[in-house]
Write a protein that binds this ligand. Structure first.
Ligand SMILES: *Cc1c(COP(=O)(O)O)cnc(C)c1O
Length: 368
């Protein structure tokens, strides 16, 4: 069987360094606010090419803390609007709501599945303060075009980089350094994954970084001094130690993902299956390899019978979720079509050539 994502195999490939890192922390007697987190924050800021990285508890908190901090430092007000892609994981939308702001959904482009910069201006109102881009499936959004709209209208750009660690935009700058602030998730299955939950905020903005750090630690400016109403969202020492080990291999692993993607693109040839365009150069890190089929559920069942495990990202769009019923009136046909037709093929830096071929052969053998 070809697993969708074999995390056991991935984590085993980091041994013995991974277990040594975990044991080093276990034996140290120091589990929060220590040297491992400091080192990871330095390493990751340097890797992304930004001044600040703040380790936090998870990706949702990273995004929430960015927006809460903008409100806290007076750059946004409760009820202000943030444009978010309609085609995203629900966390992007929940972050906006948790910060007391209002999400405004923007349709994606069919070909890239990412926010359509051409549609942004039509959504801007006097209360719009920011555009949140999500580099979905590991593909970088069209940041030059998004940036132009943001500058023209004085909007902030927040990146959701949960699925795009290490992607390079136009061979120039990495995700995490392409907007005013960025949120990362290190959920175990992401391109760089912890052994549990972890996340980070990256930014060049000193004031924002300070406020994120304070709000993530009960809104404190010094021990037991709390000028702001904060939350508790920390990256712990074990996860930081794990991420320090894994970060060193991120570029190599992303290259291996690109090789798998190239093999899929070359090998898959079926009239009922389409593949979104690959984007340029290193701007896609293939967190997820997406194909589309109008017979997605049948294809999924067929692949499963062939021993190929797949997933759907995602079966229900945010505006169709019960929890977001306020937005159920929206008609977002591109988003809805992506959710009907998307299928995610196995993707990992450690897929073998034989496994990749098994997937290709199975897709090509899907009866028309
Ligand atoms: C995984 C993910 C998140 C949330 O990350 P957590 O660490 O699970 O909170 C946010 N946005 C997107 C697009 C994601 O894929």
């Amino acid at each position: 069987m070809v697993k969708y994502l074999d995390l056991e195999r991935i984590n085993a490939s980091f041994e013995p360094e991974l277990s040594e890192a975990v044991m080093r922390v276990a034996r140290s007697g120091w589990y929060l606010f220590g040297e491992e987190v400091k080192a990871f924050e330095r390493n990751f800021a340097c890797y992304c090419g930004v001044k600040h990285c703040v380790g936090v508890g998870n990706g949702l908190d990273a995004l929430t803390l960015i927006l809460m901090s903008y409100v806290s430092i007076g750059r946004m007000r409760p009820g202000d609007e943030v444009i978010v892609p309609a085609n995203t994981y629900i966390a992007s939308v929940l972050a906006v709501l948790r910060a007391g702001l209002k999400p405004v959904f923007c349709e994606p482009e069919w070909d890239t599945c990412n926010i359509s910069p051409e549609l942004l201006e039509g959504l801007i109102t006097p209360r719009t303060r920011a555009i949140m881009v999500v580099h979905l499936y590991g593909r970088v959004c069209r940041m030059d075009e998004v940036g132009e709209v943001a500058v023209k209208h004085g909007l902030l750009v927040v990146e959701d980089c949960a699925q795009a660690q290490g992607a390079l935009y136009k061979e120039r700058k990495r995700t995490g350094a392409l907007g005013d602030a960025a949120g990362f998730s290190f959920y175990p299955g992401k391109n760089i994954g912890a052994l549990g939950d972890a996340g980070a905020v990256t930014t060049d903005d000193d004031e924002l970084a300070d406020r994120v750090r304070a709000l993530a630690n009960y809104g404190s400016s010094a021990k037991y001094v709390h000028p702001y109403k904060g939350i508790n969202s920390r990256m712990d020492e074990v996860q930081a130690a794990v991420l320090n080990v894994k970060l060193k291999r991120l570029d190599r692993d992303n290259d291996l993902r690109r090789c798998v993607a190239a093999a899929y693109r070359k090998g898959i040839c079926h009239p009922g299956v389409t593949i979104p365009s690959g984007g340029e150069g290193l701007s896609h890190v293939y967190h997820i390899f997406t194909v589309f089929s109008s017979r997605r559920d049948e294809l999924r069942q067929y692949l499963s019978e062939c021993g190929v495990q797949t997933l759907v990202h995602y079966p229900i769009p945010p505006h169709r979720q019960k929890s977001l019923s306020d937005y159920a009136f929206l008609s977002l046909p591109v988003t809805e079509r992506i959710h009907r037709e998307e299928l995610s093929l196995p993707m990992s830096p450690l897929l073998t050539a034989a496994e990749v071929q098994t997937v290709i052969d199975a897709v090509n053998a899907f009866p028309c």
